[in-house]
Design a protein around this ligand. Sequence first.
Ligand code: C5P
Length: 214
Amino acid sequence: MIIAVDGPAASGKGTIARRLAAHFALPYLDTGLLYRGVAHAMLQHGHDAGDAAQAFALARGLDVEALDDEALRTAQVGAMASVVAAMPDVRAALLEVQKAFAAKPQGAVLDGRDIGTVICPHADVKLFVTASSEVRARRRFLELQKRGEAIEESQVLADIQLRDERDQSRAAAPLVQAPDAVLLDTSNLDIENAFRAALAEVERAVLARTPKSR
Ligand code: C5P
């Protein structure tokens, strides 16, 4: 079974996807980490944010096994990730590794922005997880604060709105709900209830696909 989970930053999609993967014992890929990995390398090398040639070279050489989660979670890396993610060559360089992950024999859970539309258009279940930008900013702010980042909540909201705008308006694989994806708004749900709602959708989809016994 392939489960595609898409949505904007801090919508809860990562936690939902990780928990669905654990529940169904499926491998899990956070595809945002790939773009964050490229962004982190760009920053480390001091490359200009608009340098598409360098971003492409770094994407091609990305060691997917060695992505250090913590260093990639900063607000600065997130902002740079959405810049490199708009570059068609960067997306092309990261396409195969994602498709290969989804082709594992037992299936997989992937989360990102274009899983249901580009990476796994034939996924068994597609979820589009969202929440209001204020709720998402609050969540991300608390997360960054916990990690010791000195940042104002208003700045986090501005960053999220800018990132949404960039992700939705880019020409290459923009953030958009696939027509056959189920919309899950987590604005008023805590993580437990968001997971339960997602699980109910997956189970509904699985049941709908199971041939009825006579
Ligand atoms: O999900 P996360 O916030 O870690 O993603 C960081 C950035 O990577 C996003 O803002 C988006 O621009 C990009 N991304 C993408 N396609 C994906 C996953 C992430 O464009 N499948």
